[in-house]
Design a protein around this ligand. Structure first.
Ligand code: IFM
Length: 581
């Protein structure tokens, strides 16, 4: 059977075949019409004579003209020829490989261990067949968001894939690259230069219903640039960078230079107006801190990569993009003069130009049942207040970690945490990571538990519509970047473990430039083992370690104080998250 969707013209081919094993006489009849296919078996069964029927199913999907659905017949023939036992063995081997490179073991808290494994299994399901496809916001588990792809993939799921299944990470990024033609066309449609990737898409075209919480989230361009750079740094896949990544960087850098301008009123700083940052409760704002910082990184990466390409790769890039030498100079200037708002009175980075001027949300008079707020208040009422749906400035502090001092992170956390509702499932995992980093250990574990249990405890009451794949990826990040304290800026790997008091041990593997290391953290020591590949350098609590095969390195933890979170400007009471917006 082949189906084509009306709007996006995607084609799904599905087929079924049977192998019947019986010594009893039988007849078969098959019928296929517009709406379905039926195979009927009449078997003159006899008591004591077994009948074994094996059904084989194959699905392929792609764009209407990709011819993917034609592959269904071939897949079925191959599957039937190999037989169920061989297929099962292959699947077992694939799954075993997944756990060898992705299992996170937690001792001392079996319930959380189970949640983590269930979560990671969802990531496997969502990404196992990612070649030529994206990862939907609900993976393969539900119909919410109609299977559409968002920044969830690049910012929340790619770190997991990059460190556990680099091939899948590459495939996801290649899929984005394949969307460049539509992203270029979209830029033209909106009057921009370069490429404008869709905020929400199934086939490369923008599918957002509401521009303020959709198209205006231009930061997706910088998110893609950031994720592809992280993938290249961690995997060492420079071939991907010169073949595909550089082109994405050029087109997204062009876009930022065009979207922003050098403002006289801001002393010639490069400003970017009329955007929505990650926080969807403050839409179409000027100089969203997250967007400006990520755009700055995007511009810098583009200039750096273009400058480092070999002459052949550069010539290919120029012929594909029409790149002019003075463009690179202009990107560097815009990056150097990027406006990054700072408020001297509060000593924090304002989320955007108008954010701090807004009235604080009245948490006291907001009944518990009114969360998530987006289901109970008109967006305009939310847009007028200092109220945050999901980590925004704090997400910038995690992604661009090295730009901020520990004090800065603490001050911003203290300000933003109490006014963040976590009405999006993409929020608490990030809050947990920053809380870990600044030593707010109670908050770190509370937010982690909130993120980890999102689906199995159905915290948002909406798991029937599918598992929250970004939150699941974020839960992995909260373990690895949060409690294990991984930092990887510039591809340099360092750890600063902070194991929660109630856990006995956290143990996990990471793939880094062809090596596999396994990190085991308990309250006595942290042990780093190189399991696969040549020696590699990492840092532990600021100390340089050279990991060699068969020579684990163990280090004792340093003592740290564990400050308790301070109350900030609003009331603290994490709301029930729901991603219905
Ligand atoms: O991408 C997210 C967004 O950040 C918040 N609302 C839900 C989207 C899909 O998960």
């Amino acid at each position: 059977m082949t189906y084509i969707t009306c709007g996006s013209r995607l084609e799904l081919g599905c087929g079924m075949d049977h192998v019947l094993e019986t010594s009893s006489p039988y007849e078969t009849a098959a019928e296929c019409n517009e709406t379905g296919a039926t195979v009927t078996l009449h078997i003159a069964g006899r008591a004591g004579t077994p009948i074994r029927l094996t059904k084989f199913l194959a699905y392929h999907y792609g764009t209407e003209d990709s011819g993917k659905s034609n592959a269904v017949g071939t897949s079925l023939d191959q599957a039937v020829a190999r037989g169920f036992t061989a297929l099962l063995a292959e699947q077992e081997e694939n799954v075993a490989q997944f756990w060898a490179s992705a299992d996170v073991e937690l001792e001392g808290d079996p319930a959380t261990q189970q949640v983590i494994r269930w979560n990671n299994f969802q990531l496997m399901q969502a990404s196992a067949r990612v070649h030529g496809h994206g990862i939907g916001a609900r993976g393969l588990t539900g119909r919410s968001y109609e299977g559409h792809y968002f920044w969830d993939t690049e910012i929340y799921v790619l770190p997991f894939l990059t460190y556990t299944a680099p091939d899948a990470a590459r495939a996801v990024l290649k899929f984005r690259y394949d969307m460049l033609p539509q992203a270029r066309a979209r830029a033209v449609e909106l009057g921009h230069r370069g490429a404008t990737f869709p905020w929400r898409t199934i086939n490369g075209n923008e599918a957002s219903a509401y521009y303020a919480a959709g198209t205006a989230q231009y930061h997706i361009n910088a998110d893609i640039a950031y994720a592809l750079n992280k993938y290249v740094e961690i995997s060492g896949d420079n071939e991907f960078l010169s073949r595909y990544g550089a082109e994405i960087l050029v087109e997204t850098a062009r876009f930022w230079l065009d979207l922003g301008f050098f403002s006289n009123r801001r002393k010639g700083k490069f400003c970017i107006n009329g955007v929505t940052g990650p926080d969807e409760y403050n839409a179409v704002v000027d100089n969203n801190y997250f967007t400006n910082l990520m755009a700055q990184e995007n511009l810098r990466l583009a200039a750096k990569v273009v400058g480092a390409l070999d002459p052949d790769a550069r010539a290919r890039l120029v012929s594909r993009t029409g790149l002019e030498p003075d463009e690179v100079v202009a990107w560097t200037e815009a990056a150097d003069r990027m406006y990054l708002p700072y408020d001297a009175r509060l000593d924090v980075h304002p989320q955007d130009d108008s954010f701090l001027d807004k009235e604080l949300w009245d948490f006291e008079s907001t009944p518990e049942e009114n969360y998530p707020l987006l289901l109970h208040y008109h967006p305009l009422n939310l847009y007028r207040a200092q109220i945050i749906k999901q980590a925004d400035t704090l997400l910038a502090m995690f992604l661009m970690n090295g730009h901020f001092s520990a004090d800065e992170k603490k001050r911003n956390f203290d300000y933003y945490d109490p006014i963040t509702t976590h009405d999006s499932s993409l929020s608490v995992c990030i809050q947990s990571i920053i809380a870990s980093e600044i030593g707010y250990s109670a908050k770190a574990i509370d937010y982690f538990n909130f993120a980890a249990a999102m689906d199995l405890s159905d915290i948002g009451g909406n798991v029937k519509h599918g598992a929250h794949v970004a939150s699941i990826g974020g839960t992995w990040m909260a373990l690895i970047y949060g409690f294990a304290g991984l930092r990887d800026g510039g591809g340099k790997i360092s750890f600063r473990p902070r194991l929660p008091r109630d856990w006995d041990r956290l143990r996990f593997p990471l793939m880094i430039r062809g090596r596999r290391i396994r990190v085991s953290i308990d309250h006595e020591e942290t042990v780093y083992r190189l399991e696969v590949g040549d020696a590699i350098e990492i840092m532990h609590e600021g100390e340089r370690l050279r990991l060699r095969p068969h020579a684990p390195e163990a280090r004792r933890p340093t003592t740290r104080s564990q400050p308790v979170a301070k109350p900030g400007p609003g009331a603290v009471d994490p709301a029930i998250p729901d991603d219905t917006a």
